[in-house]
Design a binder for this molecule. Structure first.
Ligand SMILES: [Zn+2]
Length: 252
């Protein structure tokens, strides 16, 4: 079989999880050899970074997810060290490295405080790559007709580091029209229990959005190209929309 990313014929020995196992996905997998061992190994590098050095680590810790090795979640975002509970209790996160810059409005009476956490720690690229990879694999597996009609060579080249220019990724709650789940029925249900959604929305022939939701975090990319025109509508309708990497903000 040929690898859907590098097109090399191969007999892979590794299992490719469409959504990383470290999000709690055990069942949504690629068919054997549709992703070769070499691409799989390349992908695990950015997966690890996105899982442990971005806002996802807080969600993984908060939801009491087990790591691949069955341990509690650990990671680092900027100067904050994040750790999930050792007995996988939900809603219990240990954060080390908090200082007056990262904590605001401590309210003694209510016992609340606000913690300022950036969404990424130099891991925007890893985040964009992870969502592109999941989108391509999920469409291939669950919606082959749509997959077959898409030109995703730009994204493929980016994942294989044939071109390295940043890919824009946004965090936004705005929904121009209804996103559709890529996983179908049973798989969709299983992932839903783990608070995972992987969806798409085609806006026009240049823009097909892939949206990934994990717990309270929602990120999206345009799987077809690096065009940023579509982002304006999101920014207009949700003032809290965040655009990464930062240099794209000036152009939108
Ligand atoms: Zn490959």
């Amino acid at each position: 079989m040929n690898c859907i990313f590098c097109n090399n014929e191969n007999e892979a020995t590794s299992v490719e999880h469409i959504i990383p196992e470290s999000f709690g996905n055990k069942k949504y997998l690629m068919t054997r050899s549709s992703v070769c061992d070499s691409c799989n190994a390349k992908f695990s590098k950015f997966e690890r970074k996105a899982l442990s050095n971005s806002v996802f680590v807080f969600e993984r810790a908060r939801l009491g997810i087990k790591s691949k090795k069955g341990k509690n979640v650990k990671g680092k975002v900027e100067d904050l060290e994040v750790e999930g509970n050792k007995e996988f209790k939900k809603q219990l996160i240990t954060v080390k490295g908090l200082d007056s810059k990262s904590v605001e409005n401590y309210d003694k009476e209510n016992g609340t405080l606000q913690m300022i956490v950036s969404s990424f720690d130099k891991s925007e690229e890893a985040g964009a790559k992870l969502i592109l990879k999941m989108g391509i694999e999920a469409l291939y597996t669950s919606d082959f007709n749509l997959y077959n009609n898409l030109d995703i060579n730009e994204a493929r080249d980016y994942l294989l580091a044939k071109n390295t220019k940043d890919w824009p990724v946004i965090i936004s709650d705005y929904e121009p029209s209804k996103f559709k789940s890529i996983p179908k029925m049973g798989v969709k249900y299983e992932l839903g229990i783990k608070q995972i959604k992987l969806e798409y929305l085609q806006l026009n022939e240049n823009v097909l959005l892939i949206r990934f939701t994990f717990g309270g975090v929602t990120m999206m990319v345009n799987i077809l190209n690096r065009d940023t025109n579509w982002i304006t509508e999101f920014k207009t309708n949700d003032s809290l929309t965040q655009i990464y990497p930062k240099h794209y903000r000036d152009k939108i």
